[in-house]
Design a protein around this ligand. Structure first.
Ligand code: UD1
Ligand code: CA
Length: 448
């Protein structure tokens, strides 16, 4: 396919009232312009070129694998595209022009539009939508059904303002013809800007074929200019994602209060309760139950898992793990089959072998815990001496008594046992009991 994309992203985005450049604000977890690049990737454009200006370094720090040109001063959309002239001087194919702030456009729409453009041998095809309230948009002026020009709101006569077909701001253009026409536009208009839209009138006068391609779902061109519209766009993307998941067999009890980012994958018959947030590269298997106020980031959960009111970051949970309420997995926790961690248990950079139980009030960090071991309430791996981190290794079928302090580095052998309240600083051999505790003192009738 001889198609490259040009994405306008040089503007200040003043109405966002933000220090962050507009096009890297997140829509359902993805930077807006990245969302557009993701859609372009699906239609396999050979190059994507951003037109950057305002805070370009911040944008480039977030967005990888793109070409870009710089528009130092924002003198209008036509001027913006002109900045790519040099880069495309030897290019004979088509370009698709899009804006960095319209994250709802779907690849299907872009593909259909491009096919229409090719099949009809158009010089330029403009994407349009029919709006009941077209205020603010460029109007598509037609004669006998053919596009003859685009008139911006500011220059529109009363008659033209009544036109409901508006310019969506997406175009397919023959690259050579685009730059030829751009050489001839001026800024003699109300805004004193070089309008990209003026190429339409110029090309029509030259007898070139210019067409419009009407959007089926006009919601797709929602432009994000404010934080209100940012929330609207995120909501639409969430609804699309939720619908897609339900169609694949996931059960969402209340989609409206379920927050699942685009990148997340979920298997069939898994039930997601209200108030759940699933983010990043999270993958959840089949038949799981993810219950209220749970947030899962960049983690893998296999099948038949139950998680309630918990936070999971960059961790792995194998089949039939149960977790929560109120448990926290920090990066690199690996819970193997049938592990249970309960109320107020935190696990970090630790592997818990199958069947391990830590039901209450425990911290396991930099630890390995063998099969079927039970960790009593209030147990802590004291893994940090203020300077360095140390490891704790606990064997299989161990019974760690409640409130044991395991001062790392320390090893507990298979089938060993620690007495409640012990501070364990030395290795415990297998099958042994370790108790570290003063003798209990009793003073009879002391209160009297
Ligand atoms: C533009 C179209 C209008 C269309 C509307 C759709 C023109 C003249 N008008 O109007 O017909 O209905 O989009 O949303 O093109 N930008 C730059 N450099 C500039 C100017 C703008 O990069 O010098 C970027 C902006 O950051 C923005 C995009 O181009 O992402 C559109 O510019 P904007 O000024 O918002 O155009 P509209 O007035 O919305
Ligand atoms: Ca705009």
């Amino acid at each position: 396919m001889q198609l490259k994309a040009l994405i306008l992203a040089a503007g200040k985005g003043t109405r966002m009232k933000s220090d962050l450049p507009k096009v890297i604000h997140l829509v359902n977890g993805v930077p807006m312009v990245q969302k557009i690049l993701n859609e372009l990737k699906k239609i396999d454009t050979e190059e994507n070129i951003l037109i950057l200006g305002h805070k370009k370094e911040e944008i480039l720090a977030k967005i990888k694998d793109v070409s870009y040109v710089v528009q130092e001063e924002q003198l209008g959309t036509g001027h913006a595209i002109m900045q790519a002239k040099e880069l495309l001087k030897d290019y004979e194919g088509d370009v698709m022009i899009l804006c960095g702030d319209t994250p709802l456009l779907r690849s299907e729409t872009l593909e259909k539009m491009y096919n229409y453009h090719k099949e009809n041998g158009c010089t330029t095809t403009v994407l349009t939508a029919i709006y009941e309230n077209p205020f603010g948009y460029g109007r598509i002026v037609k004669e006998n059904g053919d596009v003859v020009g685009i008139v911006e709101e500011k220059e529109a006569s009363e008659e033209i303002k009544k036109i409901k077909e508006v310019n969506a701001g997406v175009y397919c253009c023959n690259s050579k013809e685009l730059f030829k026409a751009l050489d001839r536009i001026d800024n003699n208009n109300e805004k004193g800007e070089y309008y990209l839209t003026d190429i339409i009138g110029i090309q029509v006068k030259d007898g070139k074929k210019v067409s419009s391609f009407v959007l089926e779902d006009s919601e797709e061109i929602l432009g994000v200019n404010s934080k209100v519209e940012l929330a609207q766009a995120s909501r639409v993307l969430r609804e699309r994602k939720n619908k897609e998941l339900m169609e694949e067999g996931v059960i969402l009890i209340d989609p409206a209060t379920t927050y699942i980012e685009e990148t997340v994958k979920i298997g069939k018959d898994t039930v997601i309760y209200p108030g759940v947030i699933l983010q990043g590269n999270t993958v959840i298997g089949e038949n799981c139950e993810i219950i209220g106020n749970t947030r899962i980031i960049d983690s893998t959960l296999k099948n038949n898992i139950r998680v309630e009111s918990s936070v999971i970051e960059e961790s792995i949970l194998e089949d039939k793990v149960t977790m929560g309420p109120f448990a926290h997995l920090r990066p690199k926790a690996h819970l193997k089959e049938k592990v249970h961690i309960g109320n107020f248990v935190e696990v970090k950079k630790s592997t818990l072998e199958p069947g391990v139980k830590a039901g209450h009030l425990t911290y396991l960090g930099n630890a390995t815990v063998g099969k079927d071991t039970n960790i009593g309430a209030g147990t802590i791996t004291c893994n940090y001496d203020g300077v360095n981190k140390f490891d704790t290794h606990i064997g299989e079928k161990v019974f760690i008594g409640s409130s044991t302090m395991l001062v790392a580095p320390v090893n507990i052998g298979d089938n060993a046992l620690t007495g409640a309240g012990s501070v364990i600083t030395k290795d415990v051999p297998e099958d042994s009991l370790a108790v570290e505790r003063n003798k209990q003192l009793i003073k009879l009738k002391w209160r009297k």
